[in-house]
Design a protein around this ligand. Structure first.
Ligand code: TYM
Length: 334
């Protein structure tokens, strides 16, 4: 089974990215043929500093490797190194409904946050994301809850393409984890943890020092009452339980039973300890990997070469089906 996912090289990676997505990428190596892409072309759809983008790209590469991605067991690459993503975006745009793009939550949120320019790139972002996945004919897309709508859209795009031009693309399914798909901000548990929309105090970064993690959990907002349980009126406690369940790989219901009678202070301290222990080895490995940029660059270049071999085949089929370019004689389509 082919599994594809992408992550932006922007901001600092946080616990939401780690639990909701990165953990799943690492597991994908066990379950199938994993292809992971660091999406720098998506990152330029909002204002950015070019030099910083390159730095953040290396940071993200090192975090993914530190988390357990092994270049020998997956394809890890930088999106802009495989030009087929850009070409396929344009080809697929003609089977993408304009109305669907206007309904994308992420576009609406990000557009509302722009002060100067809402770029057409931001509007087209989901088409590029569809091209990312469809270029690899991936069956599965591990993501957090916030990407559900984007995966639905790529399914519609693939289905429409196949209906119009004949079976060519694989219609992918999302894989959203049952626990940890939407980690919330510790200070505003009604908002998702995020580098752009969250609070600094309420966001745990993968590379935070243990003392910072401890401090942020100690200050985490809890709810009225004293019961440790998941409930809609207890977003703070529910989030802490969800985080603990995810890092300990146990069911939240079992945790509720185990922690019955414990105070909120003790719960927060326990979650902090578990998260610190979970992230400590990642941080150590990161420090070693991040220092060697030429090695990171070699890993990405090798990944891009392997990625291109797959993507170019799909793009050639799509061009052929659409009647774009010179006809291909050597390998007729089924
Ligand atoms: P990005 O870079 O914003 O986020 C990377 C992954 O982290 C997940 N995530 C979360 N999960 C749980 N709780 C949270 N608070 C949280 N915040 C983020 C996201 O769901 C995502 O899985 N558009 C994508 C990148 C992308 C992509 C792709 C993904 C580009 N092409 C193709 C899948 C397939 C994005 O912005 O992710």
């Amino acid at each position: 089974m082919r599994i594809f996912s992408g992550i932006q090289p922007t901001g600092r990676k946080h616990l939401g990215n780690y639990i909701g997505a990165i953990t799943q990428y690492v597991e994908a190596q066990e379950r199938g043929d994993a292809v992971l892409c660091i999406v720098d072309l998506h990152a330029i759809t909002v204002p950015h500093d070019p030099a910083e983008l390159r730095e953040r790209l290396y940071d993200t590469t090192a975090i993914l490797l530190a988390a357990g991605l092994e270049p020998a067991r997956c394809v890890l690459f930088r999106q802009s190194d495989v030009v087929e993503h850009s070409e396929l975006t344009w080809l697929l745009s003609s089977v993408t409904a304009y109305g669907d793009l206007t309904r994308m939550h992420q576009f609406k949120d990000k557009a509302a946050a722009q002060r100067e320019l809402v770029s057409a790139g931001l509007f087209f972002y989901p088409v590029l994301q569809a091209a990312d996945v469809l270029a690899y004919r991936a069956q599965e897309v591990p993501v957090g809850e916030d990407q559900r709508q984007h995966v639905e859209l790529m399914r519609d795009i693939a289905t429409r393409f196949n209906a119009r031009y004949g079976d060519t693309l694989v219609v992918p399914a999302h894989r959203i984890p049952p626990v940890g798909a939407r980690i919330m901000d510790l200070q505003h548990p009604e908002r998702k943890m995020s580098t752009t929309g969250g609070s600094e105090e309420g966001t745990i970064y993968v590379l935070d020092e243990p003392s910072a993690i401890e401090h942020k959990f100690r200050r985490a907002v809890t709810d009225s009452g004293s019961e440790i349980a998941r409930a809609p009126e207890k977003p703070g406690v529910s989030n802490l339980l969800e985080i603990l369940a995810a890092v300990r790989a146990v069911a939240p219901a079992d945790l509720e039973a185990q922690l019955h009678g414990m105070g909120y202070g003790e719960l927060k301290a326990g979650v902090a300890r578990a998260v610190i222990a979970h992230l400590a080895p990642v941080r150590e490995r990161y420090e070693r990997l991040r220092g060697d940029e030429p090695a990171l660059e070699r890993t990405l270049a090798d990944g891009a070469q392997r990625a291109r071999a797959i993507a170019s085949d799909t793009v050639a089929d799509v061009r052929e089906r659409m009647g774009v370019g010179a006809p291909r004689r050597s390998r007729p389509l089924p």
